[in-house]
Design a protein around this ligand. Structure first.
Ligand SMILES: Cc1ncc(COP(=O)(O)O)c(C=O)c1O
Length: 377
């Protein structure tokens, strides 16, 4: 029995029963000694799936991205990142704080692309001793803050070619790369081939409780292994975590299409509610952004009213509301959520009305404003 339909993020997914059973049965060893058979299986499986030579398990996507950055770049280098990317916005500046690196955020288009012209302009004249030389280009696919947008293969190929001409590596934050692959109906390897290293997250749409993986060349992953230990990411009987990851890669990828279908229904349903503003084109994957058309309405109050209706969404960006579909959210839940949004909007309007109705006042009294949960991506 669910108490909430939780659409804040696909990170809230809980492991399916069979994944829990696989975790319970996992063969274990000390992974810092390279002796955990389940971790070794997961790393081999992830590398093979992504078409890379090797892979390494990490506790989080943040650590996987940081390992990639620190492995690609020596100190005093610059990384080109999208200004809407998770690496830039939500990973606590680890590359600067821990790696002595400089972020160079570049504008991001609505489709998640960072224009190659912007990268080219950023590199212009960098041989001048006054500049920080560039060491890495980072992309994100799907692009979370752009609404789960899928980067086209054409764009990825162009960026890769651009980077190679300048002897720069490309790192792909593929926390949701399987959403991209399922949306495009293609093998994930075709996407990963346009990056030197790729991060995947097991604990988002793939529903594992913990874990991410970084994949790339063997020599690159060996170096990352040393840095992972340095960062405190060497986990001992980590097969407990890896078993969930193996299940994710083997059993949870194809079903992402269901989440994409639910996101399309959600978007369509929301578009039919007067007062909700939402992009005309359907979502490509599992992330929907919308807002309240009336700037006078309190977004906080709307979110509060919606939570009282049993649906959680998240404010992510100024007056931007995010709803993410994922394992554990059914088509029925989506229908319920759409109706709940309509009711919550009516409540938000009533609350902001200068003439509160008689039956509104006691209701307003009865419900105390709640503290919004801390914003997490
Ligand atoms: C695109 C993207 N990359 C990386 C991360 C970081 O993953 P984690 O929360 O496991 O550190 C997130 C988290 O939501 C994300 O959305």
């Amino acid at each position: 029995m669910k108490s909430f339909i939780d659409l804040r993020s696909d990170t809230v997914t809980l492991p399916p029963l069979n994944m829990r059973k696989a975790i319970a049965r996992a063969q274990l060893g000390d992974d810092v000694y390279g002796e955990d058979p389940t971790v070794n299986d997961l790393e081999r499986l992830a590398a093979r799936t992504l078409g890379k030579e090797a892979a390494i398990l990490t506790p989080s996507g943040t650590m996987a991205n940081l390992l990639a950055i620190l492995t690609h770049c020596s100190q005093r280098k610059r990384l080109l990142v999208g200004d809407q990317s998770d690496i830039w916005k939500w990973e606590a500046g680890g590359a600067s704080v821990l790696g002595g690196l400089v972020y160079h955020p570049l504008p991001t288009l609505a489709n998640g692309e960072v224009p190659i012209e912007a990268m080219d302009a950023a590199l212009y004249g960098e041989q001048d001793f006054q500049c920080v030389p560039t060491g890495l280009i980072c992309l994100e696919n799907t692009h979370c803050l752009c609404g789960g947008k899928v980067l086209s293969l054409e764009y990825l190929a162009q960026v890769y070619e651009f980077a190679q001409r300048r002897s720069l590596p490309v790192h792909l934050d593929g926390a949701r790369i399987f959403n991209a692959a399922v949306s495009m109906g293609m093998d994930v390897r075709h996407i990963a081939t346009f990056a030197d290293s790729v991060t995947i997250c097991l604990s988002k749409g793939l529903a594992a409780p913990v874990g991410s993986v970084l994949a790339g060349r063997s020599s690159f992953i060996n170096h990352a292994r040393r840095l992972r230990k340095m960062l405190g990411g060497g986990m001992r009987q980590a097969g407990i975590v890896a078993a969930g990851g193996v299940y994710s890669l083997e059993q949870m990828v194809d079903r992402l299409s269901e989440d994409h279908m639910n996101a399309r229904s959600l978007s369509q349903g929301l578009a039919e509610i007067p007062g909700i503003e939402i992009a005309a084109e359907p979502p490509q994957t599992n992330i929907v952004f919308f807002t309240l058309a009336d700037p006078e309405l309190s977004l906080k109050y709307f979110l509060y009213a919606l939570e009282n209706e049993g649906v959680r969404v998240m404010e992510l960006g100024k007056r931007k509301i995010r709803a993410v579909t994922h394992y554990g959210v059914s088509a029925e839940d989506i229908k319920f959520a759409i109706e709940a949004v309509g009711r919550a909007l009516a409540r938000a309007r009533a609350a902001s009305s200068p003439v509160a109705t008689a039956d509104f006042l006691p209701w307003q009294e009865a419900e105390k404003p709640f503290e919004m949960a801390a914003i997490v991506p």
